[in-house]
Unconditional design. Structure first.
Length: 200
């Protein structure tokens, strides 16, 4: 069933499946708040009874075996509330940034598109050797940005700021130099369903 569902969801937009819904672990990201959706795929029968998958201790990812502990019966459907997908060929244009002085804050306000995603580089501030770039992301209604690669800098960390609502990209001023460019590529997202796959 995992191969079948992968085939069903891998037909367009140059995206590849990165993960199936086996639990809330795939719904944890700095880029979004956990949505109020079912955390795992399941089978549902004609009476509305749900059966969740059992993962063996050796489970190791997409191509591993899993099973549903239920008898075969008519009317079964496999329901996928979401999948995690990757767009390996998408990337934004570069934005050029001048490294601020200690204590300085600079407005940037550049919107970078990446397929149907948009990352707004809002501003940058510096405190000692640490620089923080505030980011804001817009996504399609049925999709949540999970992660994205940041290019142009050698090391960084990303975390949400609950007070401001921004995503903070932290980098070391010594790594950046006087001026630097950044861009984003290869986004991974949580693509919301539900998909109902007939198993008869």
């Amino acid at each position: 069933m995992s191969l079948f569902s992968r085939f069903m969801l891998n037909q367009s937009e140059k995206k590849t499946v990165e993960g199936y819904p086996f639990g809330k672990g795939l719904l944890e990201s700095a880029w979004f708040s956990e949505p109020d959706i079912e955390g795992s795929m399941y089978l549902i029968d004609s009476m509305g009874n749900k059966t969740y998958p059992t993962l063996p201790s050796s489970y190791g990812g997409l191509m591993s075996d899993f099973y549903f502990d239920t008898a075969d019966k008519e009317g079964l459907k496999l329901v996928l509330p979401y999948v995690k997908v990757k767009y390996p060929d998408l990337k934004t244009k570069k934005v050029r940034i001048t490294t601020p002085q200690d204590g300085e804050k600079q407005s940037i306000d550049k919107a970078l598109t990446m397929g149907e995603f948009e990352i707004n580089v809002v501003d940058i501030r510096r405190a000692g050797d640490e620089m923080i770039i505030n980011l804001k992301c817009s996504t399609p209604e049925d999709e949540l940005l999970d992660s994205v690669r940041v290019r142009g800098i050698s090391a960084y960390s990303i975390s949400p700021n609950k007070d401001t609502g921004y995503i903070e990209l932290s980098i070391d001023a010594d790594d950046a130099g006087k001026r630097f460019s950044i861009y984003f590529e290869s986004p991974t997202s949580v693509l919301l369903g539900d998909w109902n796959i007939e198993l008869d």
